[in-house]
Structures are given as structure tokens and as C-alpha cells.
Design a protein around this ligand. Structure first.
Ligand SMILES: [Zn+2]
Length: 210
């Protein structure tokens, strides 16, 4: 796919996510790997209002080459790619329900959300919590790097999810599944819930290895 087609695709996905309330203000960012580096959404622009021509281009070392300055969270994306050589795209959102869950005191930091549905298990799997650091802090990128080798989906405490995928569709599909599962989890608080059993989860993992 040509670089200009990727630019259009990023802008279209950003607009779709913004319109569906998955992100707001100028929060959230999207990147894709191209042959000679990365394309990344710029800083201080709403995902609903991305101009394809102004999307940031970074070289293979992560240096800004052209377009507007990249998101201040570029380090997050680069940490995911560094640990996941097969990653083709990374999406990061401040989606409301995921952020709400990331601020709960009783969650398991090793695996934040329970297996409520099969699609959650198939698209997200295990979801570790990355300890809180200020956005853009090098320590946050390091903490993400420590977990990214084993997990394509991470939840940043009091901040939001970051998900890598082997395609832009896979990354977007997984982060949307994560957000919807966070919403379900919050809806089910205080209810008696039957989640998938360890056997059901194991059968899904065997059938759909991530
Ligand atoms: Zn963020």
C-alpha cells in the first residue's frame, strides 16, 4: 500500500473513532509502520480532524522527518514497535470506560479485565496494567517496553489503553473490543456474573492463538 493510501486510512480511522466517542479533544493517537519509518498522528490535533498531508513522518530511528510534529506520546508507540517486530500499527486512546477501569483500586495488575466474552479473549487476551507515570515521561515508555514483548495490549494506569496489531484493522479492532469490555465490566459491577471458565478460555486460546 502506498504512503498516501496509509495517510488516508489513518485519517479515516481517526475520524470514525472520534465520531463514535472513543476519543475526545486532542487525545488519542494512531501510528503505522511504513517501509522507511513510521506515520504518526500529529500533536494537538483531534483524531476527528486529521489532515492526511500533515500526518507526521518519522524515520527508522524515530526522528521527525516531515509533516507536523508527532504526538507527544510517540515514545509509547516506538516502545511497542521495538518490542514487537511483527507490529504493523499501534493505537492509543483515552477511551472513557478503559480509563475508568484503569483507576479502580481492586483490579489485578497482571490481568485487568475478566474474560466476559470470547471476542475479548481472542482479540485482547491478557491485559496487564502499566504503573502510572506522567504522559510523555521516558519512564512510561520504559515501563511499556518491559511488558510489550509479551503483550500486544496494555492498560496505562489512570490514562488509557495502548494496543499493537499486525495490521491497522487488528490494532483498532482489539482496542475497541477492550473499550467495550471495560464498559461491560463496569455495567456488571455489583451483579452476580458468570465469566468464561479457565477451560473455555484455554480452548479459545488453542483455537485462535494470538
Ligand atoms: Zn495518552
Amino acid at each position: 500500500m502506498s504512503e498516501s493510501a496509509w495517510r488516508e486510512k489513518i485519517a479515516t480511522l481517526g475520524r470514525s473513532m472520534f465520531q463514535r466517542g472513543l476519543t475526545f479533544g486532542s487525545s488519542g493517537n494512531i501510528s503505522v509502520k511504513v517501509s522507511d519509518g513510521w506515520l504518526m498522528t500529529p500533536t494537538n490535533v483531534a483524531l476527528g480532524d486529521i489532515d492526511p498531508a500533515r500526518i507526521s513522518k518519522l524515520d527508522a530511528a524515530g526522528k521527525h522527518l516531515s509533516g507536523d510534529a508527532p504526538t507527544k506520546e510517540a515514545m509509547l508507540h516506538l516502545a511497542m514497535y521495538r518490542e514487537r517486530p511483527n507490529a504493523a500499527a499501534v493505537v492509543h486512546l483515552h477511551s472513557t470506560h478503559s480509563v475508568a477501569v484503569s483507576a479502580l483500586s481492586h483490579i489485578d495488575p497482571e490481568d485487568v479485565l475478566p474474560p466476559i466474552t470470547a471476542y475479548y479473549v481472542m482479540r485482547v487476551g491478557r491485559l496487564p496494567l502499566v504503573p502510572y507515570y506522567p504522559p510523555g515521561d521516558q519512564a512510561l515508555a520504559e515501563a511499556v517496553g518491559k511488558l510489550a514483548g509479551k503483550h500486544h495490549a496494555l492498560l496505562l494506569a489512570n490514562h488509557g489503553p495502548v494496543v499493537a496489531g499486525t495490521s491497522l484493522e487488528a490494532a483498532a479492532g482489539a482496542i475497541e473490543e477492550l473499550e467495550e469490555t471495560a464498559k461491560l465490566y463496569l455495567m456488571l459491577q455489583g451483579q452476580r456474573v458468570k465469566i468464561l471458565s479457565p477451560e473455555q478460555v484455554a480452548a479459545l486460546r488453542e483455537r485462535y492463538p494470538s
